[in-house]
Design a protein around this ligand. Structure first.
Ligand code: SF4
Length: 478
C-alpha cells in the first residue's frame, strides 16, 4: 500500500471551510512511518490494511453507482474512457492538461462554495476560457468579473497567476503534488486533488468532508482544528487512498461526506462504510453517544466588528438634470480597492472605514473628507447636491470580519461632467471610473456591492421626488 506521511509541516492560511489546512505532503512507498505521529494523538489509530481494503472496495463500488453528474466530472470520465483507446503522447498530454485544468478550476471554485452555485460559474468560466492557455491570456479585471459573487477573490487571482506561470514555464501542466505546490495558490488540498484525479498519483485529499468521515470512522475526539490533528487526518487519509484509483477514491470520500455522512443528519443506514464506523458502533453500544458527536465541535472565534460609510455617488451632467431623467441617466462613481488585503483590486462604491458606530453627521464628514481629498469634490461647495439621503444599513460577513455598512446616496450635478473628476483627481493614487446604470448592471460585482446597488435601486421614491418643472430650480441651487 502506498502511504502518505507527514512531510515537513508547512501551514498556509486556510482559504475556507472546504480546504482545511494546506501543508506539504510527501508520497513514499511502504507503510512504515506513521508511528511517530500516531503517538501524538491517542485515538487516531492507523487503519490496518484489511480495514483500508474493505473501506476502499465498499466506497468505490458505492461511488461508481452514486456519483453525482457534475460538469467537471464529465471531462474527467470522458477522458478516462478515451485514454484506453489511444496511445499518442501528444494527445494524451493535451487531454491530461485539459483534465487537470478542469479539476483545478472546479476545486478552487468549490472551496467555500456550494456545488449548486459552482456549476453555473464553472460552465461560464470554461466557456470563456476552455483551456489553461486561454486563461493565461485573460486580464485580472476579466477574471474578477467572472468570479464576482463567489467571494474570496484571491482564489481567482491565484488561478490567473498560476495559469500564466505554467504557460510561461513551457513544461506542461505539473503532474505531481511537489511540482504543483510550486504554483501560486495551489496548496496541499488542490495539489492532491489535481495529482490524484488527473494524474493518478496515490496521494490523499483532506477537506472538511473527509475530516468528518474519518473522525466518525475512527471516533476521533481530538480537536479537528488543531494542526497536529489535521496532520493526522492527512496521515489516515493517506492510508486509505486506493493506489489504483486514487482520484476516484478521493472524490468518493468527499462525496460520501457531502451526501451521506452530513454534519447534522448522517444517513448511516445507507452508508457503504458503516461496518467500519466506530462512531456508529459506539452509538449502538451506548445511548449517550451519537455519531454527530464526531468530529468534536470547536467554539468559533468571534468575528471582528468593523463599520464603514458607503456613499453611492451619482453624477449628473447638465443635460441629465434639465431632462429630468434622474433615475436613469448619470454616472456612478466606482473606485478600485488596493491591490492587497480584503477584496484586493475589486471595484466598489466609495467607502470609508469608521472608528466604530458613529452618527450620520460623522459618517458624512468622513465621506466628504474622502471625496474632497481624492477628487476635490465638496458636496457643500464645489458641486451642486441634487440629493443626499441615508439609504440604510447592510451587514456583510467575511470569514473573520463582520462589516456593517451604512449606505447613503449622493446625487451631484457637475457642470463639466465626469471630466471634472479627472482634472480634479489628486495625483494618480486612486483608480476610479464612472459607469452608467446599464454598464453597472452588467458588470461582475462583489455580492456586497451588488447588495448596496440593489438597496439604491429600491430607494426609488427620493430619486424622483419632484416634478420635472420644479425640480430644476431646486436642483441647481447655487
Ligand atoms: S456510518 Fe454514519 S457516521 Fe459512520 S461514516 Fe457512515 S454515515 Fe458517517
Amino acid at each position: 500500500m502506498d502511504d502518505v506521511v507527514d512531510g515537513k509541516k508547512k501551514t498556509v492560511t486556510s482559504t475556507g471551510k472546504r480546504r482545511v489546512r494546506e501543508r506539504k505532503t510527501k508520497t513514499i512507498g511502504g507503510n512504515s512511518s506513521s508511528s511517530n505521529n500516531n503517538n501524538e494523538i491517542g485515538d487516531m489509530e492507523d487503519f490496518c490494511s484489511d480495514e483500508a481494503q474493505k473501506i476502499r472496495a465498499s466506497l468505490l463500488e458505492w461511488y461508481d453507482q452514486n456519483q453525482r453528474d457534475l460538469p467537471w466530472r464529465r471531462i474527467i470520465n470522458h477522458y478516462d474512457h478515451q485514454h484506453q483507446h489511444h496511445h499518442s503522447t501528444t494527445i494524451e498530454e493535451e487531454e491530461d492538461a485539459r483534465r487537470a485544468y478542469a479539476v483545478w478550476v472546479s476545486e478552487v471554485m468549490l472551496q467555500q462554495t456550494r456545488v449548486q452555485t459552482v456549476i453555473d460559474y464553472y460552465n461560464r468560466w470554461m466557456h470563456k476560457w476552455p483551456s489553461l492557455h486561454h486563461l493565461a491570456q485573460a486580464s485580472l479585471e476579466e477574471v474578477n468579473e467572472m468570479w464576482a459573487g463567489l467571494g474570496y477573490y484571491r482564489r481567482a487571482r491565484f488561478l490567473l497567476e498560476g495559469a500564466k506561470m505554467i504557460v510561461e514555464g513551457g513544461g506542461g501542466f505539473p503532474r505531481t503534488v511537489s511540482a504543483l505546490r510550486k504554483v501560486p495558490g495551489i496548496g496541499d488540498y488542490t495539489a492532491g486533488a489535481i495529482a490524484s484525479i488527473s494524474f493518478k498519483e496515490a496521494v490523499p485529499v483532506v477537506d472538511g468532508n473527509v475530516i468528518r468521515v474519518i473522525a466518525r470512522l475512527r471516533a476521533v475526539s481530538a480537536n479537528p482544528k488543531d494542526s497536529v490533528t489535521i496532520r493526522n487526518f492527512w496521515r489516515l487519509a493517506g492510508q486509505l487512498v486506493d493506489p489504483c484509483r486514487p482520484g476516484d477514491f478521493n472524490q468518493a470520500l468527499m462525496e460520501l461526506g457531502a451526501t451521506v455522512c452530513s454534519p447534522l443528519s448522517p444517513k448511516c443506514s445507507f452508508c457503504p462504510v458503516s461496518g467500519q464506523c466506530r462512531a456508529l458502533i459506539g452509538s449502538k453500544n451506548s445511548e449517550s453517544v451519537v455519531v454527530t458527536d464526531y468530529p468534536i465541535k470547536v467554539v468559533k472565534v468571534k468575528p471582528k466588528h468593523e463599520f464603514s460609510a458607503v456613499c453611492v455617488v451619482k453624477i449628473l451632467e447638465s443635460q441629465d438634470v434639465s431632462e429630468g431623467t434622474q433615475s436613469e441617466s448619470g454616472f456612478f462613481l466606482l473606485v478600485k480597492r488596493p491591490d492587497e488585503g480584503l477584496l484586493a483590486g475589486l471595484w466598489e462604491f466609495p467607502s470609508v472605514l469608521l472608528d466604530g458606530e458613529v452618527d450620520l453627521t460623522a459618517r458624512r464628514e468622513a465621506i466628504d473628507h474622502f471625496l474632497s481629498k481624492s477628487f476635490k469634490l465638496d458636496p457643500k461647495k464645489t458641486c451642486n447636491t441634487v440629493l443626499r439621503e441615508d439609504v440604510g444599513e447592510y451587514v456583510h460577513v467575511f470569514t473573520h470580519i463582520r462589516l456593517k455598512m451604512y449606505v447613503e446616496l449622493l446625487v451631484l450635478h457637475l457642470k463639466g461632467g465626469v471630466n471634472v473628476l479627472r482634472n480634479n483627481q489628486h495625483k494618480e493614487t486612486l483608480s476610479w471610473k464612472c459607469v452608467d446604470s446599464t454598464a453597472l448592471s452588467s458588470m461582475g460585482l462583489t455580492s456586497g456591492v451588488k447588495k448596496v446597488y440593489t438597496m439604491i435601486q429600491k430607494f426609488r421614491q427620493p430619486l424622483n421626488p419632484i416634478p420635472a418643472k420644479t425640480r430644476r430650480s431646486k436642483v441647481l441651487r447655487n
